[in-house]
Write a protein that binds this ligand. Structure first.
Ligand code: ASP
Ligand code: MG
Length: 467
């Protein structure tokens, strides 16, 4: 099989983990062609982000302090992980070059006072630049040939939308398949840095936080992989948060469209675009635990087996949101009201998580993150109050509860069961949405009602019996 195996930061953050992974890859490579994709080691991207914030605040010494923290972390890991001294020495020398460049970059950014999306992407790309060398050296150390490639080196070409770039798939496919095929035919394991690509001018770009998942599926689709495995520190997707529901179960199978709905929630956050490259080629993906490789994890594919096809899969939540109820008599029958409200929020850079409007058109309810709430309310007041809006009602600290699964599609009585179960727990629901795809039924309750709501639904739909 041709496998793309992606490791998240927590899976490659101690010497023991990296050695275990290397021997696991060594074993797997006897029967399979393997391409590895890596995130940065735990905390490194956060440190790089803090460096950019420190430069913004003109705090050069803090930035330099963080750079040496990153340096020391990787040198330490290199020394602990790599046993053969020639491989270790080579790695440490390469690290010296990277660190010199990192320090020079920080100097340059401080000197120019320039923290632009473009320089930030270049700065943030250091996390994966360092991790791939470590993992690749560890694979070498275990006795198989391996070469590290940054996203740019492997041939991922993107648009120039720094910090949120998208791949130009046709060019990318040509370049990535050429680079990777050349390695695989020589029995070399390529270790590709996630999260990063380069635009057509060669400027380093990133896909946004968590973007290594996306890199894995981009690479997988370019090389026609048979499977893509996302390895992290959780066993897979679950029917509910096991911290809330004791008998929550691992989901053995979900479909792409269900996984897309679930990506936003839960313990394994997946970059929202991750599934895009898989849809056309229908490449199966497994979400697995690198610390528990006996467990097969969750299989995500175009269509699940008939046993779980028409089932509700999970109940998820997102806490700490704010709800804004926008009211006004002149909103009724006035085309363009919603456009004005959402354009105002969009201009202020506010992401809207949930929307509902009743047919009387006298109010529109919106959910945003608590952190965006103040800004959202103030721009709406400034621009629209007294015009199309008469009144804004705000509730903070609410949770979105979402029931997800293709089992809701065309099934009569799901809503009745949901709200019946919620009512029995005397929980007040302040907003409800369901898209016409019927994959996701979501409603809003107080933060403090989260656990009771989740447990009630998990019981009502007997999700512990899913598999
Ligand atoms: N290192 C990047 C981040 O922490 C990308 C990733 O981990 O997927 O967001
Ligand atoms: Mg990550």
């Amino acid at each position: 099989m041709r496998l793309v195996i992606k490791y998240g930061g927590t899976s490659i953050s101690t010497a023991k983990n990296i050695q275990d992974i290397s021997s696991n890859l060594n074993e797997l490579s006897k029967k399979n062609q393997i391409v590895v994709v890596c995130s940065a080691t735990s905390g490194t991207t956060d440190d790089l982000i803090e460096i950019s914030e420190s430069i913004n605040k003109e705090n050069k010494s803090k930035a330099e302090q963080l750079a040496s923290k990153i340096t020391n972390r990787h040198k330490q890991l290199a020394k602990q992980t790599i046993k053969k001294s020639d491989i270790r020495k080579k790695l440490l020398l390469k690290y010296d070059e990277d660190f010199a460049e990192l320090v020079a970059l920080i100097d340059g950014m401080v000197l120019l006072g320039e923290v632009t999306p473009r320089t930030m992407d270049y700065l943030f790309s250091f996390g994966e630049r360092l991790s791939i060398k470590l993992v690749s050296s560890a694979i070498n150390d275990s006795g198989i040939k391996s070469i590290p490639f940054t996203g740019k080196e492997v041939g991922i070409v993107t648009d120039s939308n720094f910090s949120e770039s998208k791949p130009l798939m046709d060019t990318t496919r040509l370049r990535v398949s050429k680079t990777i095929d050349a390695q695989l035919s020589k029995k070399i394991i390529p270790v590709v840095g996630g999260f990063v690509g380069a635009d057509q001018h060669g400027h380093v770009t990133t896909f946004g936080r968590g973007g290594s998942d996306y890199s894995a599926t981009i690479v997988g689709s370019c090389i026609k992989a048979d499977e893509i495995w996302l390895m992290s520190d959780v066993d897979g997707l679950m029917t509910a948060d096991p911290k809330i529901v004791k008998n929550a179960k691992l989901l053995k199978e979900v479909s792409y469209i269900e996984a897309i709905e679930m990506a936003l929630f839960g313990a394994k956050q997946i970059h929202p675009r991750t599934f895009e490259p898989l849809l056309a080629k229908k490449i199966p993906m497994k979400i697995r635990n690198s610390f528990n490789t006996k467990n097969e994890g969750t299989l995500v594919s175009a269509s699940t087996s008939s046993a779980v096809k028409n089932k509700i899969k999970c109940v998820s939540y997102v806490q700490n949101n704010g709800l804004i109820d926008v009211q006004g008599g002149s909103m009724v029958g006035t085309p363009g009201t919603a456009a004005k409200i959402f354009a105002t929020l969009a201009k202020a850079g506010i992401n809207v998580m949930m929307i509902s409007q009743n047919p009387s058109e006298s109010s529109i309810t919106i959910v945003v993150k608590n952190a965006d709430l103040d800004k959202a309310v103030s721009v709406l007041e400034m621009e629209l109050l007294g015009k199309i809006i008469k009144k804004l009602d705000v509730t903070t600290n609410v949770a979105i509860i979402a029931l997800i699964g293709s089992g809701m599609r065309g099934t009569i009585g799901v809503a009745a069961k949901v709200f019946g179960a919620i009512e029995k727990n005397k929980i007040n629901v302040s907003m409800i949405t369901q898209g016409s795809s019927e994959l996701n039924l979501a409603f809003v309750v107080k933060n403090s009602d989260t656990n009771a709501s989740i447990r009630a639904l998990h019981d009502e739909f007997t999700l512990d019996k899913i598999n």
